[in-house]
Write a protein that binds this ligand. Structure first.
Ligand code: 4GY
Length: 251
C-alpha cells in the first residue's frame, strides 16, 4: 500500500477531496493511505508560531525552519525510504511521467508551504524534489499536493476500475485525446460523427487516431516533437500541413 504523508497548516483543506469518488474508494480498499499532519503540532511556545518576518526586510512572512525540521524528522523515522516533496512554482514542471514514476515509491511526504514560502535552509537540507503544477502562484501547497496525489494514485494498480492499462495510459502515447460522444445521436442540431455509429471498429480506431493527431497539431504542437509517431501518423500530419485540396490557386 502506498503511503502519502502530508505536512500542512490546513489539514482540513484536503479531507473531502480525498474521501470522494476514486480516491475515497482506493483508501477504503487499502490501496493507498493519506495521513494528514498539522505542522502546528511541532511548533513551540504559547502561540505555536510557525512563521516569522524575513531577514533583510520585505513583505510577508517566512515559514520557520525548526518546526518543519522536527516534523520531517519524525515522519521520516516512520517512513525511512519516503521521498520528501515540495510544491512550488520554482519546481520541475510536474508531468504524467513523474506521476507514473512516483507511483512506484512506497511512501511520499508532501510539505505544503504557506505565506512567502520556507526558509531556504529547509529546501537545501530536507527536500528530495521540488515540483510545479503550472506557471501561476497559489496561496499554499495544499492544492498542488492534492493534484499530485490524484495524478499519482491513478498509476497505483487497482485504483482505476479495469486492470488493463488502457485508461491509465491516456497520455502515454504523448497525444491529446480524441473527442468522445454519447447519446443522444443528435443534440441541439449537432449530430455524432457518422463513423462512430458504423460499427466498423477498424475505421473507428483510424478516425480516433486522426482526431488525436489533428487536436494535438492544433492545440499542442509542442507535443508532436516527442510523441512516438508511426509512418501512418506522419502521413496524416503531412496532409494537415498541405492546403485543403480544391482551394489551391491556379496559375
Ligand atoms: N504553481 N505549483 C505551486 C504554488 C504555492 C507559498 C510556496 C505551483 O506548485 N506549487 O503556487 N504553490 C506557494 C505558496 C509557499 C508555495
Amino acid at each position: 500500500m502506498m503511503i502519502f504523508d502530508v505536512l500542512t497548516l490546513f489539514p482540513d483543506m484536503l479531507v473531502s477531496p480525498l474521501q470522494e469518488s476514486i480516491l475515497g474508494r482506493a483508501s477504503k480498499q487499502q490501496l493507498l493511505q493519506v495521513r494528514l499532519h498539522n505542522l502546528r503540532d511541532w511548533a513551540e511556545g504559547k502561540h505555536q508560531t510557525t512563521d516569522d518576518t524575513p531577514y533583510g526586510g520585505g513583505d510577508g512572512m517566512v515559514m520557520k525552519p525548526e518546526p518543519v525540521a522536527r516534523a520531517l524528522a519524525q515522519l521520516k523515522s516512520k517512513s525511512p525510504r519516503a521521498k520528501v516533496l515540495l510544491m512550488t512554482p520554482q519546481g520541475t514542471p510536474f508531468s504524467h511521467q513523474h506521476a507514473c514514476e512516483l507511483a512506484k515509491e512506497e511512501g511520499l511526504i508532501f510539505l505544503c508551504g504557506r505565506y512567502e514560502g520556507f526558509d531556504e535552509r529547509i529546501r537545501q537540507t530536507l527536500i528530495d524534489a521540488e515540483y510545479s503544477i503550472g506557471d501561476f502562484v497559489l496561496t499554499g501547497g495544499e492544492l498542488p499536493t492534492l493534484v499530485m496525489i490524484d495524478a499519482i494514485s491513478r498509476f497505483i494498480p487497482g485504483v482505476l476500475g479495469g486492470s488493463d492499462s488502457a485508461e491509465i495510459d491516456s497520455f502515454s502515447d504523448g497525444l491529446l485525446e480524441y473527442p468522445q460522444y454519447t447519446r443522444p445521436a443528435v443534440f441541439k442540431g449537432m449530430a455524432v460523427p457518422e463513423i462512430l455509429l458504423s460499427g466498423d471498429h477498424g475505421k473507428i480506431a483510424r478516425w480516433r487516431r486522426e482526431q488525436q493527431l489533428v487536436r494535438t497539431w492544433q492545440r499542442r504542437p509542442d507535443l508532436l516533437q516527442t510523441a512516438p509517431l508511426s509512418a501512418d501518423d506522419l502521413k496524416i500530419l503531412e496532409q494537415l500541413q498541405r492546403p485543403v485540396s480544391g482551394t489551391e490557386e491556379i496559375d
